[in-house]
Design a binder for this molecule. Structure first.
Ligand code: DC
Length: 208
């Protein structure tokens, strides 16, 4: 069973995906890390993020099995990942690995922006996890505060809106709700409630 979880930045989809995968005993792939690894390598080498040829070459040379997580979660890397992920060549270079991961015997849980629409259009369960930009900004701010950063709420909100616009506005595999996805709006939900909703949907699908 493939479970595809998409949604905008800081929607809680990653936490939900990890928890579902652990509960169901399935492997989990955070596909954002692939784009973050490309961005990290570009930043480290001083390459211009807007250059599709260089970004595609970096993506093609990536070893997705050995990403590590060092410095991939940084705020600047998330922004840079959003920029490099708009290049069609970058997306193409990372697609086969994601499809292979999704096709593992026994299934898998993948989260990202285009899992239900491009990577695994035949997924048995598609969830689109979202929340209001204001709530997502508050959550992101709490994460950043825990990591010792203290940007202004308005800055975080503006960054998120810009990222939403870029991820949803690009031509290649834009962020959108797959027609057969079920939307979970977590604006008013705690992590346990979101998990309970998601698990009920999965159980319902598996039983069907
Ligand atoms: O989920 P994240 O914040 O780690 O993702 C970072 C960026 O990577 C996101 O802004 C857009 C890109 N991304 C993508 O284009 N497609 C995916 N499946 C996952 C992430």
């Amino acid at each position: 069973m493939i479970i595809a979880i998409d949604g905008p930045a800081a929607s809680g989809k990653g936490t939900l995906a990890r928890r579902l995968a652990a509960h169901l005993g399935r492997p989990h792939l955070d596909t954002g890390l692939l784009y973050r690894a490309v961005a990290r390598a570009m930043l480290d080498r001083g390459e211009p993020l807007e250059n599709p040829g260089r970004a595609t070459a970096v993506a093609a040379a990536l070893d997705p099995d050995h990403l590590g997580e060092t410095r991939l979660r940084d705020r600047e890397v998330g922004e840079a990942a959003s920029v490099v992920s708009a290049h069609p060549g970058v997306r193409d270079a990372l697609l086969a690995f994601q499809i292979r991961f999704a096709s593992r015997p026994g299934g898998a849980v993948l989260d990202g922006r285009d899992i239900g629409t491009v990577v695994a259009p035949n997924a048995q369960v598609k969830l689109y996890v979202t929340a209001s930009p204001e709530e997502r900004a508050r959550r992101r701010l709490r994460e950043l505060a825990a990591a010792g950063e203290a940007p202004a709420y308005e800055t975080v909100l503006a960054d998120l809106r810009q990222r939403d616009d870029r991820d949803a506005g690009r031509a290649a595999a834009p962020l959108r709700v797959a027609p057969d996805a079920i939307v979970i709006d977590t604006t008013e939900l705690g992590p346990d409630e979101a998990f309970a909703q998601a698990l009920a949907i999965v159980t319902d699908r598996v039983g069907a």
